[in-house]
Design a protein around this ligand. Structure first.
Ligand code: ADP
Ligand code: MG
Length: 675
């Protein structure tokens, strides 16, 4: 197969899937397998929870019109009845489900109101002689317009067209009990009949382990190479007496927690080295990362270097700017503010401050990355909510200084050991303790039917002098619809909360409009802030003690946790109301239970992973780690250890092998991974 010769339409679909050369198809391993090798009796079909194959005769089939047009059939075997529901259907499907026909159905059974049912199962007409499949059927991830059988065919072409020779010598793979590359990929794409299915579906078969190992090894190799390269580079040695930091600390109404002190020591140690720091500072929402960043900035500024602080949104950047200005300007430090929305004159001044070094600290959004920005002598770059930034943007920033020290901050919790072993090129510090005096946030799950009570509670809170967030639902299908809901809610609350100032902030507003609303909220000129999820990160208004999140069941757990962290920042008892619209699926119930029962972001992340199942490392993916497709950091911890060791061995004595392996797994991606 030659990619250059593919039809442009097909090629662009493959590119959408991240497949840009034939070998990528070899590595496009099945997303899952369908087990059509055994029939399950209907009365047992709902037991396991996963998809099953059942067979029976159609006893009834009707088009129903309520609540909307749909096809509903009843399929019967010796043990029971199963309802089949098709919400969209073709005449051909209605034909398959005619009364008296025999069908095989593959799908997941739900316990519906009308009994057990399958919604949109795979349907196959069968006769008594139709044999069952002998092996599992691979299912590939694909994109609109590229059918399963087409991508399967392309994969098979690639398997026969590409060289599948091993990149690794047996003395690495054999002691680990891992099979060779060729037989592993062939097995995964063409499951044989003689191995336990569960080893394939659960990805525990040695062939799966081989591919996971290869993937982890490539990751470790590239990160280690990046780290070694970093050690070659020079960075300013920042090791001042620390007077500026001491003065800042003395001016604060609070002292650092033990955890803050510990991470600051780690950061200061790095800054004193002649090579660029590359440190990730993790800490749950509200853990107090900003002051740590400010103190690190003081070190650099005391030595005469500039510091840049970047935040992913203008709201957040401006909040940082205000906070840092309040902290540092009394100490005689000029803080410059650089954002996309600035007027031409203000922007020119800020750019000059950066270029001439007249402002030692520059705070801004991605506008900071633009080519026109130059720094006189950038010594430290601090990136807040680092997972929100693309790799390329971070790269652009690094090129602004020779190679400044970098401090990245993230509230996305990844278990520490995992982060340390995985980010082989980053050092990780964790603030694992919240500042004292916080009253824990109480979380309540309330049905949307009781919205009136919630609104009454808002009025009561405002009377007590507190402020309130109302977060509108995420509507993934349509940004316009999401905006509409926010506008409607704002109108409703304004009407019902007569005499209370209700503000609105959403993603479509101009940055300066947003900033104006946020500023009013900060000064309590607005008591109730209706917001789309733009307030997700970092906003800090300690007087806000009630948060209402609408359609909480639609949001991810990490997102809910982040949102909830906007309250509980002051001394007041805080409440987070999760409004949901029933009926809830079992999964939605379990997810809401996790957020209801837990306040520790790390624990929430762990349970989130459990609920999502293997392969979907949401937390890690969101945090900007180059994504792993096959390996699962928790389940495959042993392979990660092995990959780390192997990477060391290969880089020490077998560089050509290492390069060949990288070329297979990460062609052209090394540059990006170096960031
Ligand atoms: P995050 O880690 O989520 O960025 P912030 O840096 O915004 O958290 O801090 C949350 C709040 O806690 C801020 O109002 C900050 O001033 C306050 N804070 C930070 N450190 C301490 C401390 N050691 N004691 C008391 N309050 C603190
Ligand atoms: Mg923050």
């Amino acid at each position: 197969m030659d990619f250059a010769q593919l039809a442009p339409a097909l090629k662009s679909k493959l590119i959408k899937l991240g497949l840009t050369r034939p070998f990528d198809l070899v590595l496009h391993l099945p997303l899952r397998y369908e087990d059509e090798t055994q029939l399950v009796p209907i009365n047992e079909s709902g037991f396991g929870g996963g998809p099953v194959l059942v067979e029976g005769e159609v006893h009834s089939c009707d088009v129903q019109f309520r609540p909307r047009r749909q096809l509903v059939a009843r399929v019967v075997d010796d043990t029971g009845v199963l309802v089949v529901r098709l919400i969209h259907f073709y005449p051909s499907q209605a034909k398959q489900l005619e009364v008296g026909k025999r069908v095989r159905l593959y799908g997941e059974v739900r316990h519906g109101f009308w009994g057990d049912e399958m919604v949109h199962p795979k349907i196959r007409s069968v006769s008594d002689r139709t044999r069952l499949n002998e092996a599992l059927t691979p299912v590939y991830s694909t994109t609109a317009g590229l059918a399963q059988h087409q991508i399967t065919k392309l994969v098979h072409q690639a398997l026969s067209g590409c060289s599948l020779t091993d990149t690794l010598p047996p003395d690495i793979t054999e002691p680990l009990g891992l099979p060779d590359f060729r037989s592993s990929v062939l097995l995964l794409h063409n499951p044989p009949t003689d191995i336990p299915n569960i080893q394939l579906t659960e990805r525990t078969h040695p062939a799966w382990r081989r591919l996971k190992f290869d993937e982890l090894l490539a990751q470790q190799l590239s990160l280690r190479m990046a780290r070694a390269e970093r050690r070659e580079k020079d960075a300013p040695v920042i090791n001042p007496p620390g007077d500026l930091a001491r003065r800042l600390l003395a001016s604060l109404p609070f002292g650092l927690t033990g955890a803050q002190q510990k991470v600051l020591t780690e950061i200061n140690h790095d800054l004193a080295q002649p090579h660029p720091m590359q440190r990730l500072l993790q800490g749950d929402v509200g853990a107090g990362k900003t002051i740590v960043a400010a103190l690190a900035a003081c070190q650099a500024m005391e030595c005469g270097y500039q510091v840049a602080l970047l935040a992913p949104t203008e709201i957040l950047a401006e909040q940082h700017y205000r906070k840092l200005a309040t902290w540092l300007e009394p100490l005689g430090i000029r803080v410059a503010w650089l954002a996309g929305s600035l007027k031409a004159k203000a922007k020119r001044e800020a750019l000059e401050d950066a270029a001439l070094g007249t402002a030692p600290l520059i705070v801004g959004t991605h506008a900071l990355f633009q080519n026109q920005v130059t720094f006189a002598n950038l010594g430290l770059a601090i990136v807040d909510e680092q997972h929100r930034f693309g790799v390329a943007q971070r790269l652009a920033l690094r090129e602004k200084g020779q190679s400044p020290h970098q401090l990245m901050m993230s509230a996305t919790p990844i278990p520490r050991t995992l982060a340390m072993s995985f980010y082989a090129d980053l050092d990780v510090s964790v603030i694992d303790e919240l500042p004292p005096g916080r009253t824990p946030i109480v979380t309540k799950l309330i049905s949307d039917a009781r919205r009136d009570e919630v609104i009454a509670r808002i009025a009561a809170k405002v009377l007590e002098g507190r402020q309130v967030y109302w977060v509108c639902p995420l509507i993934e299908e349509s940004e316009a619809l999401q905006l509409q809901t926010a506008v409607d809610t704002h109108a409703q609350l304004t009407l019902e909360l007569n005499g209370i100032a209700v503000g609105l902030v959403h993603g479509r507003m101009k940055p300066d409009e947003k900033a104006a609303v946020m500023a009013q909220f900060l000064t309590n000129d607005i008591q109730v802030l209706v917001a789309t999820t733009v307030i997700e990160v970092g906003v800090d208004v300690p007087n806000a003690s009630l948060m209402v999140i609408e359609h909480a069941e639609r949001m991810g757990l990490a997102q809910l946790h982040q949102l909830r962290g906007r309250v509980g920042r002051g001394a007041h008892a805080s409440l987070c109301v999760l409004l949901y619209t029933g009926p809830l699926s079992d999964n939605a119930k379990s997810r809401l239970r996790v957020i209801y029962e837990n306040t520790d972001g790390f624990e929430i992340a762990r349970q989130d992973m459990d609920l999502r199942g293997p392969g979907e490392l949401a937390g890690v993916r969101q945090s900007g780690v180059p994504m792993l497709r096959f390996a699962d950091l928790e389940r495959d911890a042993d392979l990660l250890d092995a990959a780390r060791e192997a990477a060391e061995i290969l880089l020490a004595g077998q560089r050509p092998t290492a390069m060949a392996h990288l070329d297979r797994w990460l062609p052209g991606r090394e540059a990006l991974l170096k960031v």
